[in-house]
Design a protein around this ligand. Structure first.
Ligand SMILES: NC(=O)c1ccc[n+]([C@@H]2O[C@H](COP(=O)([O-])OP(=O)(O)OC[C@H]3O[C@@H](n4cnc5c(N)ncnc54)[C@H](O)[C@@H]3O)[C@@H](O)[C@H]2O)c1
Length: 355
């Protein structure tokens, strides 16, 4: 296609602006419309991108009929936006993690997309970081021998961070499907956050290729003292019979293999991660065979694991994946996680967890 793909972006907060800027900077896209319910944000964005504006998503997208419908609203809004995107006739819907706050909403999103045939991508854009890619390269090269474990930890709470951790663990594990998950959760402070979460969740994932996943998110997750910026205290990696390789979101990568120890730079950077994420959308729109790395099906597989961990933390036991029925996992957690204060792994978590 020679013309530009026309884009509507909904939600002109932090991530909406990142997306709009990256679309506008890519010669294959043109931001034709912006939407926000906050008038000041809406006016500023419309002026910045020279785009049409409206506070009503359906009205704007029905009028403009974009090729790409992108929404970066908070996690409580999902199926309503997917419906608006499909109704607008968009060929691709781009939206933010997490896929949804529970499987009632997640199942609805999946069905809407499957029935419509519209392509969709979810923003797990850390995949494009040079340090994230280096670890993927080492794992895929076979230098770790037989990979038996993938792991991820983050100090930030679940609805912000777990979607990311699971996505990159799955990536390092060749996107093998999961068979079951089991978890525990503690602490109720972040149930009142818009990214509604227990303060701490930790669990295990059994992947169909025999690899074990170990994940921890929140107040009790181990500190990553090499990284100063609190939100980037994340460590994701793989261990095999011949060594390990891991990425620190804010602190490069390191590996030990049979040939010795090595390490390198890299830090999460929206300015570097967004352009290739956006470019892959153009590639997929141009050619059905060039499926986006952050395609919905892949993100959904991670979402199901996250929800299985929540169900296990609420009810106990192992939860088989794929999940057969829908429920409200956060409501289950609110009911079952005890009221005791979460115990911290490190004083660096005290401020964010109210201690
Ligand atoms: N991928 C990442 O690295 C990353 C990083 C931060 C946040 N996120 C995700 O991005 C999403 C948005 O986060 P954010 O930090 O940009 O939030 P934000 O609060 O800065 O922006 C959200 C915007 O959506 C607008 N909005 C809310 N309801 C709306 C509606 N009905 N119609 C139109 N606009 C509406 C709000 O007014 C606000 O301007 C969340 O799901 C979050 O988890 C992802």
């Amino acid at each position: 296609m020679s013309g530009k793909y026309r884009v509507v972006v909904v939600g002109m907060g932090k991530r909406g602006l990142h997306h709009a800027q990256a679309f506008q900077a890519n010669g294959r896209f043109e931001v034709v419309g912006v939407c926000d319910i906050d008038p000041a944000r809406l006016d500023a964005a419309a002026a910045k991108f020279g785009a049409e504006k409206d506070s009503d998503t359906a009205r704007l997208s029905t009028k403009l009929k974009p090729d790409v419908f992108c929404f970066c609203t908070l996690p409580g809004l999902r199926s309503e936006m997917i419906k608006a995107g499909i109704a607008s006739g968009a060929k691709l819907i781009a939206f933010e993690k997490p896929v949804a706050l529970n499987t009632k909403e997640g199942f609805a999103v999946k069905k809407l997309l499957a029935d419509s045939g519209v392509k969709a991508v979810v923003s797990h854009q850390h995949r494009y970081g040079e340090h994230y890619r280096k670890v993927k390269e080492i794992v895929a090269s076979g230098a770790l021998g037989r990979v038996h474990t993938v792991y991820g930890t983050a100090s930030g709470w679940m609805m912000h961070m777990l979607s990311h951790l699971i996505d990159y663990m799955r990536w390092y594990n060749g996107e093998a499907p999961a068979e079951w998950a089991m978890a525990q959760a503690a602490g109720t402070l972040k149930f009142s956050d818009l990214h509604t979460s227990p303060d701490y969740i930790g669990g295990f994932i059994q992947f169909a290729n025999g690899v074990r996943g170990i994940v921890e998110c929140g107040a009790g997750a181990p500190d990553v003292p090499e990284v100063d910026y609190w939100w980037r205290k994340c460590r994701i990696g793989a261990q095999g019979t011949d060594g390990f390789a891991e990425v620190l979101t804010g602190g490069g990568w390191r590996a030990v293999t049979k040939t010795g120890a090595c390490s390198g730079p890299g830090c999460m950077n929206y300015d570097l991660d967004m352009p290739p994420y956006i470019q892959e959308m153009a590639d997929w729109l141009d050619d059905d065979h060039k499926v986006h790395s952050c395609n919905f099906e892949s993100a959904y597989a991670g979402f199901e694991i996250m929800m299985a961990l929540c169900r296990s933390a609420a009810k106990g036991g192992q939860i088989a994946v794929p999940l057969a029925d829908a429920c409200d996992e956060i409501a289950m957690l609110k009911q079952h996680v005890g009221n005791g204060k979460v115990l911290l792994s490190s004083p660096v978590n005290a401020k964010e967890y109210g201690q």
